[in-house]
Every structure is written in structure tokens, then in C-alpha cells.
Write a protein that binds this ligand. Structure first.
Ligand code: HSE
Length: 415
């Protein structure tokens, strides 16, 4: 019998118990031994539960119990999860987590600690909820040189954008609906400002390219400034706006990585990833583009990934999974302002729309005009190709001196 402890009995932790109890026979068959929860750590009490006797408030009783070989962490947040992870990995216990804050901030260190002590540190549920993505990148696609990963990694923002695109709902109304439906937290800032997606793309980048990328190194832009006018321009251009986390490996061995709203063409497989769903595209040299799609959050999808990691740990008690990346390399992340790409720009001048666009053309030769329905007087939208963010800023300053104000810019993706 394999005895485990579960830290946290919130949405994911209670889901882990539900999956373990409801799938006991098939899990035992797959793990080749029974998995038994010996402790659940939570500050709250749940006297109504059939397994109420398993609860403890004392982490030390878990850490010091030699029978507990795997600890599952579903608390979220950096602390005390980080302290508990280190304590477990130095006390002979493998550690399974759904905690993206923990993996994004401390993944390299905890993987090294696990390796040193011949234990496993697994985190399939930290990205994409129930979508298998960590194992596919580290194992199934291991024969490829991965050059790019691009994903819709946050369900809350994808729901909001879908409502803006399909039902022309304003951002604030779509956010409030997401909150009513339980798809957004009361404090949705980590979602709408892009921090959640940033942690996830950092984990995928670290895994795919073998060197830790920290969220602080990544240009992150959320969806709070996206308007229905932008949505209409994306439609006129031939696509939709999605919040994308992307990482690309350059020929110089450095990566460019960012989270930002982007125009996505209707031809792209990411275009039809709607509502709370996530979609992740991995570009490999042998496979071409591979897409992963499914529910990126929620109790049972996330718990299913956690329990799969537990099964894997049980099957590899004395062997390590070859999941590993090194700590960050210096100058490994390219400053995003220096990386050229295509961009949509929306401006407004004091004269007509044609005049505003004529000014834009003098600053950005080759700019292509995009006209939306109900374009307002003086407003013009256009795309520019292969331009760096630094060059854009220079151009915007010139436009401003010509009396043309930049209302917004959105990256045009090539997925
Ligand atoms: N709020 C997050 C999302 C939860 O919507 O994707 C999972 O990280």
C-alpha cells in the first residue's frame, strides 16, 4: 500500500479525494498497489465528510511520518507550499503539486532537490489543468527540437474575450458575468493582467528549453485595455483577439517570451479555442504543430492530472522521472522590445480618418489600412509588419507630434 498526504482541501484538494475514492479500483490496477490517503492538511474542519478523521492542522506530523511516501500539494500560493515542498523532498517524500506559483518561482531548485534525494517532483496539473502537457513535452515530444510554444493558458480571460467577440459584451460586463458563473475570482487581477498565463508559459518554456525562466523576466500584458473597437478591428482583419502566452527559441540560443493579447487568424487552430477552454500549440521540427486542447481549470480536470502524477510516483518509487531543467542562464531571455513582429495599431487624428492614415503611412511606410464597421471620425486602424516594439514607440512619438494619437496596439501573431 502507498500512503500519501494531501495538503489543502480546497477545490483541487477535495477533487483529488473525490477522484481517488471514486476510481479506487482502476487506480489500484494502474498503480499496481493501493493508494491510501493517511492525512489531509487544512486549517478548516470538515466534520460532515466520511473521511473527516484524516484531517490534521500539523504539517510536522506528516513530515515526520516515514510511512508517507508522497505528499500532494493543492494549497496554491508560494508559501507555505515552498517550505513544505523543501521539507518533504529532504525527508524522503516525493512531491506532487498543482501549484503554478510554486513551480514558476522555484521549479529549478525543487527539481534539483528531488534529483539529489532520488525523489520525484511532479506538476502536470500546474499548466492546463486536465490537459496533458508537461509529460507530452518532456517525454512524448522528446525526439523533437521544439522551436515555439503558444497557448491560450487562462480560461477566465478566454471566457471574457469570447463574450466580447461573440456577444459584443463590454469587458467589464463579461468579467462580471465570469464572476457570477464562478469562472473568475473575486480578485481577478492575476487572470486579467496576465500574471496567471505568465506563470504557465514560464513553466512550459523552462521545461521545453531546459533553463528556468522566471515570470519577472517576461513581458506581460493582460486584456484590461481591450475594447469592443479592437475586437471589431480584429474581425475586419480576419480573426479574433486571444490572450496568448508564447515562447520562441532563437537561432542565437536565446528565447523571446511574452504574454499579450494578439490577433489570431481564423485559419489558426488557436482561433476556435473558446470560452473557458485552453489550447496549447507546440511546434516541433519532426512533428510540425501539435495542439493540446481541453479544460485548463476546474476541480475534477485538475484533480485528474494530480492523481495521474501520484500514480506515476507510485510506479517510480525507486526511479526518477527524467523531468528536469537547470537554473536560469544569464542573458538567456531576449529583451522583447528588440524582437521584430507584426502589429495592429489604432490611431485618431484631428482631421479625417484618411488624413490620420496618411500620417501613419509616412511614419510606417507599407502600413496596410484596416477598416472596421462604424469607424469613428478621425480614427484609423492599420497593420505594420516586422517592426520592433522600440521602433513602434519611436514612430508613435512622431505621430503624436503630427497631432495623431495612438489609441492602442495589438500584436499580430503568425500562428
Ligand atoms: N483562473 C485560472 C484560469 C485558473 O482561468 O485559467 C487556472 O489557473
Amino acid at each position: 500500500m502507498a500512503e500519501i498526504a494531501v495538503l489543502g482541501h480546497g477545490v483541487v484538494g477535495s477533487g483529488v479525494l473525490e477522484v481517488l475514492l471514486s476510481h479506487r479500483d482502476s487506480i489500484t490496477r494502474r498503480a499496481k498497489e493501493e493508494i491510501d490517503v493517511k492525512y489531509i492538511l487544512d486549517l478548516r474542519e470538515f466534520p460532515e465528510l466520511s473521511y473527516a478523521g484524516l484531517f490534521t492542522k500539523d504539517f510536522e506530523c506528516i513530515r515526520s511520518d516515514p510511512d508517507v511516501k508522497i505528499v500532494v500539494e493543492c494549497m496554491g500560493g508560494l508559501e507555505p507550499a515552498y517550505t513544505y515542498a523543501k521539507a518533504c523532498l529532504t525527508s524522503g517524500k516525493s512531491f506532487v503539486t498543482s501549484n503554478k506559483e510554486l513551480v514558476a518561482a522555484k521549479g529549478a531548485e525543487l527539481l534539483a532537490l528531488a534529483q539529489k534525494n532520488n525523489l520525484n517532483f511532479l506538476f502536470e496539473a500546474s499548466v492546463g489543468g486536465g490537459i496533458p502537457i508537461i509529460r507530452p513535452i518532456s517525454q512524448c515530444l522528446a525526439a523533437n527540437e521544439v522551436s515555439e510554444i503558444a497557448g491560450i493558458l487562462n480560461g477566465t480571460t478566454n471566457f471574457i474575450l469570447t463574450k466580447m467577440i461573440r456577444e459584443h459584451m463590454a469587458f467589464a460586463d463579461a468579467l462580471s458575468l465570469a464572476q457570477q458563473l464562478g469562472y473568475a475570482e473575486r480578485d481577478p487581477s492575476a487572470d486579467v493582467e496576465g500574471a496567471d498565463a505568465c506563470r504557465k508559459i514560464c513553466i512550459l518554456a523552462s521545461l521545453a528549453f531546459g533553463s528556468h525562466v522566471y515570470p519577472e523576466q517576461v513581458h506581460t500584458e493582460g486584456i484590461t485595455k481591450i475594447t469592443l473597437e479592437d475586437v471589431a478591428y480584429a474581425d475586419a482583419w480576419g480573426g479574433v483577439i486571444k490572450l496568448i502566452g508564447e515562447v520562441k527559441m532563437g537561432e542565437n540560443g536565446k528565447i523571446s517570451i511574452q504574454v499579450a493579447p494578439m490577433f489570431i487568424s481564423r485559419e489558426s487552430p488557436l482561433c476556435n479555442v473558446d470560452d473557458v477552454f485552453n489550447g496549447i500549440m507546440v511546434r516541433g521540427d519532426a512533428t510540425g504543430d501539435v495542439m493540446f486542447y481541453g479544460k485548463g481549470a476546474g476541480k475534477l480536470p485538475t484533480a485528474s492530472a494530480v492523481v495521474a502524477d501520484v500514480i506515476d510516483c507510485v510506479k517510480h518509487f525507486k526511479a526518477r522521472k527524467y523531468l528536469f531543467w537547470e537554473d536560469a542562464k544569464p542573458d538567456y531571455v531576449e529583451p522583447i522590445g528588440a524582437v521584430p513582429g507584426d502589429c495592429f495599431v489604432r490611431v485618431r487624428g484631428e482631421g479625417s480618418s484618411d488624413e490620420a492614415f496618411a500620417a501613419a503611412e509616412t511614419v510606417f511606410p507599407g502600413a496596410v489600412r484596416i477598416i472596421r464597421r462604424e469607424e469613428e471620425p478621425g480614427e484609423a486602424g492599420f497593420s505594420v509588419t516586422e517592426v520592433t516594439a522600440d521602433k513602434l514607440d519611436e514612430g508613435f512619438a512622431r505621430l503624436s507630434s503630427m497631432g495623431v494619437r495612438v489609441l492602442g496596439r495589438i500584436i499580430i501573431s503568425d500562428y
